[in-house]
Design a binder for this molecule. Structure first.
Ligand code: ADP
Length: 446
């Protein structure tokens, strides 16, 4: 950017030199062309009349290059020949212009023939050594150099400053990532500014938020799960120890203990099956979502639970709607229906009742499971969908499970954009209501 203006200024100076020297040369050569023959005397006279102004040197030669007039050597006529390349070319009938800029000066020369009736009778050579214009150019050059230096220095300074600020901010993000990587999930970055790096920081904080919650959930889940699994295992250990340590134990007692061990083992396998089902629900990347008839599922779950209901002396009443279609994986819906009806039977009194109803209205399909059993105290209601949560009243009951059934229900319902609520039933015990979006015509066709 700096060399370009200098180059232009130099070109302009060359052009103006060319013009002035050319016009001066033309004036001299056309004045001399009035003479028939050039000699030192008549050329000297003519040149005296002409004003050669700022020229450093002016030479006039005849056709052979013999100097007839020279401003640097007024004592002509000594047979000196000026055979500069410019003069030789001019004597061949051509105009020649040369200019150069070096050592703080413009050196320009023009050589042109002097014609008499279209015949070359001599040559005019003009030379100019100009330091004034050159000084201006040099001045411009040095000013531009200083400006360039200042601009370059400022750019370097600002770039260094900016890159320092940026690296410092990036190092802060890196440090935060390292801290979280080492396991301190509660660490958060302080956000300053509104640029992309600040956005990156906000996203990082959000990510760590999630990570912290997931980690907390994982920890709680693992500790709850191991705690729950420990109880039946401890009973099994206790029972086997008693069998092994009691010598001559009556065979009926051994049978009773072994059957207890079997029951505990059953409980363990039921619990692991539920845990597996929970992980399946949260991990499964894709499920078989299809048009599912809720009524069919209620029927098959009720069929499976009939023996349990009979053994608990609980009556199952089903009032269904034949066209209750939802988009879901039938296995997940089966889990929901099964767990709710099973709870209605388990937490009931002999002679009790479990009512299952399906309602279809607007864009909703609703499943209602009511029982007149032991009920859930209102203070426990908000927590019953948590993993491993059991109402104290039900804990002592033999029928009590691991507190996983309702969390399976919750996960499955939310997976299909449904809602589940629990409350007091009109018939005395607990009422569960599950609402799903109804399967649309378009979904059904797809
Ligand atoms: P569990 O395997 O213990 O049945 P759930 O998650 O299915 O676990 O239920 C959690 C707790 O909620 C139960 O332990 C019980 O105390 C209470 N509960 C669930 N359903 C009912 C119901 N229909 N009537 C009374 N209490 C219930």
């Amino acid at each position: 950017m700096n060399t370009y203006p200098l180059f232009i200024a130099e070109e302009l100076a060359f052009k103006s030199k060319h013009n002035t020297l050319q016009s001066q040369g033309t004036v001299i050569s056309s004045t001399l062309s009035g003479l028939e023959k050039l000699d030192a005397e008549n050329v000297g006279k003519v040149m005296e009349l002409l004003d050669i102004g700022n020229l450093s040197r002016c030479i006039v030669t005849d056709t052979a290059g013999l100097v007839l007039y020279d401003t640097e050597n007024m004592d002509v006529g000594q047979g000196l020949f000026a055979l500069f390349p410019g003069i030789v070319t001019a004597l061949e009938g051509n105009d020649v212009f040369r200019s150069s800029f070096s050592d703080g000066a413009f050196q320009s020369s023009v050589a042109m023939p002097v014609m008499y009736r279209s015949e070359t009778i001599g040559c005019v050579y003009l030379y100019e050594y100009d330091t004034t214009q050159a000084a201006v150019l040099i001045d411009v050059q040095s000013t531009l150099r200083s400006i360039s230096l200042i601009v370059a220095a400022s750019i370097l300074f600002v770039s260094a400053l900016l890159s320092r600020i940026l690296t410092r901010r990036i190092s802060r993000i890196l440090a935060a990532i390292k801290i979280v990587h080492e396991g301190e999930y509660s660490h958060r970055m302080r956000i300053r500014g509104h640029d992309e790096l600040a956005e990156l920081g906000t996203e990082f904080n959000r990510l760590t938020d999630r990570l912290e919650k997931t980690e907390e959930m994982r920890r709680r889940f693992v500790s709850d799960a191991s705690h729950e699994l420990k109880t039946p295992l401890a009973s099994i250990r206790l029972l086997t120890d008693s069998i092994l340590q009691t010598e001559s134990m009556p065979p009926e007692t051994v049978r009773e203990f072994v059957s207890d061990i079997g029951e505990e083992a059953d409980r363990l396998s039921r619990m692991t099956a539920k845990l597996l089902s929970l992980t399946r629900m949260s991990d499964a990347p894709e499920t078989r979502v299809e048009k599912t008839n809720l009524s069919d599922i209620v029927h098959s779950a009720a069929h499976m639970l009939k023996p349990l209901a009979d053994s608990c002396h609980v009556v199952l009443v089903i009032r269904e709607e034949p066209e209750a279609y939802i988009m879901a994986d039938p296995d997940d819906i089966y889990q929901i229906v099964f767990n709710l009806i099973e709870n209605g039977i388990k937490y009931n009194h002999p002679g009790g009742e479990v009512q299952v109803r399906i309602l279809v209205y607007g864009s909703i399909v609703e499943l209602l499971v009511d029982d007149n059993g032991i009920g859930i105290p209102s203070e426990d209601l908000p927590r019953i969908f948590e993993r491993f949560y059991r109402v104290e009243k039900a804990r002592s009951r033999e029928s009590g499970g691991a507190g996983l059934g309702l969390s399976i229900v919750w996960d499955a319902v939310t997976k299909y954009n449904g809602t589940v609520t629990a409350g007091r039933s009109a018939i005395g015990g607990t009422s569960f209501s599950v609402k799903f979006p109804r399967c649309t015509e378009k979904e059904a066709e797809a």
